[in-house]
Write a protein that binds this ligand. Structure first.
Ligand SMILES: [Zn+2]
Length: 379
């Protein structure tokens, strides 16, 4: 067994304490003062455990962000770990409780567990005097659950300087698979304008926006490709005013998911430039790719192989999987930096009342994070 894993197993109770402290500091995305308090707890934990540079980045509309750095070396080629401290839970909405090895509570799995293992990974690297030839930057943002509007810029700025990005978001399934693919996402709004008319008196003078929208929906579905992982969903439709009126207006909200950056341009073109099916109607579409996919590139496959090797040396098998949902890792992968996600703890139920983490596994996930950081800091 490695020194790092040994150290972390010996400190498993303290690791749980860190997670409890972070979870008790509830931090719903929209409640800045609570998120700021959680940030203070996080900063205190970092100082107590790792004790190197802490930088708070003040924000007005969302909670203050934190940038922690550890180890020597310049910015270029740094190792970047990104996480978020905001949760989807309003204060008091979900009680914290422990049942055996399982800790239930708001954000334990998404992603205070991931913040905890990162803090302890750095602590273990420090305590075992691990050789690191690159700087480690741990960036923690505060609006991931509400679209990362206020953090996208700093994430990209840090990623540009990085050789690799680790994302300790929640893992997949009972054995804690890491995420080597996350789909990219795009949202579009389609507005159809028709010509209103009385449905009985002069039906043929009108042009129905609803009828046009119906054709559009069927035509949009032709852009899907299961084999290539491209999906198109019309999730909201609205239109018309009365049963006896030819509809003047109709709108649809369209959600598109892709698995490769190369798919983005073609599908965006196809959605923005629609053919018109019903004479007399006009179709306008606005929207764009919001996040590029987290792609399973050669570099990501190599990263996964290294993680699998570390896991094997700790006595277990590490699998990989994909997620249809996007994370901040999509931003960093989108600019070509090798990114692996799902490094967080074992658990389940993110965003549901069953959200929990398996405490007994925390030392293993912290060791996995520590050893992959160590390897990439010496490449
Ligand atoms: Zn998350």
């Amino acid at each position: 067994m490695s020194d790092i894993l040994n150290y972390l197993k010996e400190h498993s109770n303290s690791i749980t304490d860190t997670l409890l402290r972070l979870t008790k500091a509830e931090s719903p995305s929209h409640t800045k003062d609570l998120v700021d308090k959680c940030g203070q707890v996080l900063g205190e934990e970092f100082e107590r455990l790792v004790g190197s540079s802490v930088e708070m980045i003040e924000k007005i509309e969302v909670g203050n962000q934190y940038k922690f750095t550890y180890g020597k070396g310049g910015d270029e080629g740094q190792i970047l770990v990104i996480g978020h401290m905001d949760t989807v839970w309003d204060e008091g909405a979900l009680p914290i409780r422990q049942e055996g090895n399982l800790l239930y509570g708001p954000g334990v799995f998404d992603m205070k567990g991931g913040l905890t293992i990162t803090l302890w990974a750095l602590k273990a690297l420090k305590e075992t005097s691990a050789q690191l030839n690159k700087k480690i930057t741990f960036l923690v943002t505060t609006d991931e659950e509400v679209g990362s509007t206020h953090s996208k810029e700093i994430i990209l700025k840090e990623a540009e300087k990085s050789s690799v990005v680790f994302v300790p978001e929640s893992s997949i399934g009972p054995d804690g698979a890491v995420k080597t693919i996350r789909k990219g996402a795009a949202q579009f709004l389609m507005k159809v304008e028709g010509i209103a008319a009385h449905a009985g008196i002069n039906a043929w003078d009108g042009a129905s926006a609803i009828e046009e929208l119906a054709y559009q929906i069927l035509d949009l579905k032709k852009l899907e490709n299961r084999d290539e992982g491209i999906s198109v969903n019309v999730g909201v439709v609205k239109g018309g005013t009365r049963g006896n009126v030819i509809a003047k207006e109709a709108v649809a909200e369209i959600d598109v998911r892709i698995t490769k950056k190369a798919q983005a341009e073609k599908i965006t073109e196809a959605i923005l430039n629609r053919p018109v099916f019903v004479k007399g109607t006009k179709v306008e579409v606005i929207g764009e790719i919001d996040r590029y996919p987290l792609e399973r590139t050669e570099a990501v496959i190599q990263l996964y192989d290294e993680l699998k090797g570390i896991a094997a040396s700790h006595g277990y098998d590490l699998n990989e999987g994909s997620s249809g949902g996007a994370s901040d890792g999509n931003f960093t992968s989108g600019i070509g930096i090798p990114t692996i996600d799902g490094l967080g703890p074992l658990g389940d139920g993110a965003h549901t009342e069953k959200e929990h983490v398996d405490l007994s596994n925390l030392p293993y996930r912290a060791a996995l994070m520590a050893e992959i950081i160590q390897r990439y800091a010496n490449k």
